[in-house]
Ligand binder design. Structure first.
Ligand code: ZN
Length: 171
């Protein structure tokens, strides 16, 4: 972004009554496959940085550069976006073999074989899942991870994401 553009957006932001300082980073979201427009500049974003102004109780959704400038931590914003990108690469490697669905006598079973573990998700009834992550490298003595969900409110996709998050933490 040119300096001139930055000043233009900065002015527009201030004119709208938004504070220019005092913003803090709170979270980052990957919008894939959607895109979202930065609240500060017209850039279309895949990665949305969520910033909060606690004093004025404001929340805004901006891109990496605008987040860095508004929070005064450009390096931090870039690092968080890079780490999200790397996590996405690890996730596509994890999903390479795909989830395989089979019917069992009392529900549905999805299995996925990834580099570090065999993963299973069992659905007992609609929205009632149990997942197991069995590490392949037993020498490292990593225990089997079980995720129980009996709240009847999650979708399979959410359960698969939870499995990935646990898998991703395996050494
Ligand atoms: Zn922006």
């Amino acid at each position: 972004m040119s300096n001139q553009a930055w000043h233009k957006y900065r002015q527009r932001w201030a004119d709208a009554g938004n504070p220019l300082t005092g913003w803090e980073y709170v979270d980052i979201e990957d919008m894939q496959p959607e895109r979202e427009v930065c609240s500060f500049c017209p850039k279309l974003l895949r990665y949305v940085h969520i910033i909060k102004h606690f004093e004025q109780n404001l929340t805004e959704r901006v891109g990496c550069i605008c987040c860095g400038r508004l929070t005064g931590d450009e390096e931090g914003a870039k690092k968080r976006q890079d780490s999200k990108k790397h996590q996405n690469i690890r996730k596509s490697n994890f999903l390479k073999n795909g989830w395989c669905e089979t019917e069992t006598s009392d529900g549905l079973l999805w299995t996925l074989s990834a580099r570090k573990a065999e993963c299973k998700i069992f659905m007992h009834a609609v929205g009632n899942y149990t997942a197991k992550i069995c590490p392949k490298n037993l020498e490292k003595n990593v225990p089997l991870i079980t995720i129980d969900n009996d709240t009847y409110c999650v979708f399979l996709k959410e359960m698969q994401d939870q499995v990935f998050e646990k898998y991703d933490m395996l050494k």
